[in-house]
Design a protein around this ligand. Structure first.
Ligand SMILES: Nc1nc2c(ncn2[C@@H]2O[C@H](COP(=O)(O)OP(=O)(O)OP(=O)(O)O)[C@@H](O)[C@H]2O)c(=O)[nH]1
Ligand SMILES: [Mg+2]
Length: 316
């Protein structure tokens, strides 16, 4: 039986092989994606993001347990942090996650850090689509911190949970850092620790200032992943958000937005790869850098000229 056939028959080994192919951009991966796309579009995509060590993996673990117990099939993607400092924590995650991976309703995948940051968002999105096509009801995506990659990944999710902890300190600072703005749901984990109530109050006042583009009331859910407390509440908030989105925008509009986002990411990824390969072999590029250094031009004018020259190369 072929790999795709095994995939379509629900073989998780085939799923893992296909994800690797897609992730490594091996020959034929685009044909695979194109074929699987027709089966995707049903899974609920949930992003969990937050500072290192906030308990994202623990929450994903608990949510996975809860959902699996109610008969749902759950795909989990852990996007590896770029920072080498969290490597230890990740290893710990993997060990804990192994218990969960024995559950036939659950499939866990770690995404390796890509050379190019844009590539990671693209690979994560592709993997999500593959899991969706495989038939998972939900895909939970864990990312660390906030950067362009996290924002891109978050944008591809139906609901984004931002996890923070009593030690997060000044919630206003976090808001400024951009992390809070991508949240649909706030999750204060480690609520067993001192300072939880104070931070909830602080966040409530900050949220009062948050610009609303719709009538969604941002919930702040307190959890203790370690004690399995508050996980039901978190899941309820995620369900509420889904219901809200379904009533707020028509399915067609949501579909359109998702397709537009997907398309943009795919195009961006392709252009980025082409751009890098063209620039790498370009003598012009080296020369322009030298010219800017010598003061005979500036990056703005030079970029304008380069783009004009490159657009020919990119389409050829
Ligand atoms: N006190 C307390 N500790 C918790 C709670 N939830 C998780 N932890 C602990 O916090 C540590 C980090 O948990 P992880 O789930 O690995 O956190 P993470 O956000 O996934 O970490 P990174 O992926 O490394 O960013 C672990 O030692 C957990 O046992 C909680 O509710 N209370
Ligand atoms: Mg983690």
């Amino acid at each position: 039986m072929g790999l795709l056939e095994r995939f379509e028959n629900g073989d998780q080994v085939a799923l893992a092989r296909i994800i690797s192919r897609v992730e490594n951009r091996r020959t034929g991966y685009q044909d695979i994606l194109a074929r699987l796309y027709a089966h995707a579009g049903r899974a609920q995509r949930i992003g969990l993001t937050g500072p290192p060590g906030a308990g994202k993996s623990s929450l994903v673990f608990r949510l996975g347990e809860l959902l699996s117990a109610s008969g749902k099939k759950v795909g989990i993607i852990a996007v590896d942090p770029t920072s080498p400092f969290t490597g230890g924590a990740l290893l710990g995650d993997r060990i804990r996650m192994q218990d969960l991976s024995l559950d036939p309703n659950i499939f866990i995948r770690s995404m390796a850090t890509r050379g190019s940051t844009g590539g990671l968002a693209e690979a994560t999105r592709d993997t999500t689509m593959v899991m969706d096509a495989f038939g998972f009801d939900l895909v939970l995506i864990e990312t660390v911190g906030v950067g362009q990659v996290e924002l891109d990944i978050a944008r591809a999710c139906d609901s984004v949970v931002v996890v923070f902890v009593p030690e997060s300190g000044d919630a206003v600072q976090a808001m400024k850092a951009g992390l809070m703005e991508i949240a649909d749901i706030y999750c204060l984990n480690k609520a067993d620790r001192d300072g939880a109530e104070r931070l909830v109050l602080e966040l409530q006042s900050v949220l009062g200032l948050r610009q609303r583009t719709n009538n969604w009331e941002y919930p702040i859910i307190q959890t203790q992943a370690i004690n399995n407390i508050g996980i039901d509440d978190l899941w309820q908030a995620i369900k509420n958000h889904r219901e809200f989105c379904q009533s707020d925008t028509s399915p067609e509009d949501r579909q359109k937005e998702r397709i537009a986002n997907d398309l943009l990411t795919i195009v961006r990824g392709k252009v980025d790869r082409r751009l890098r390969s063209v620039l790498r072999d370009s003598e012009t590029f080296e020369k322009v850098v030298a010219d800017i250094l010598a003061g005979s031009t500036n990056p703005y004018s030079a970029a304008e000229r380069l783009v004009a020259e490159l657009s020919t190369a990119l389409t050829s």
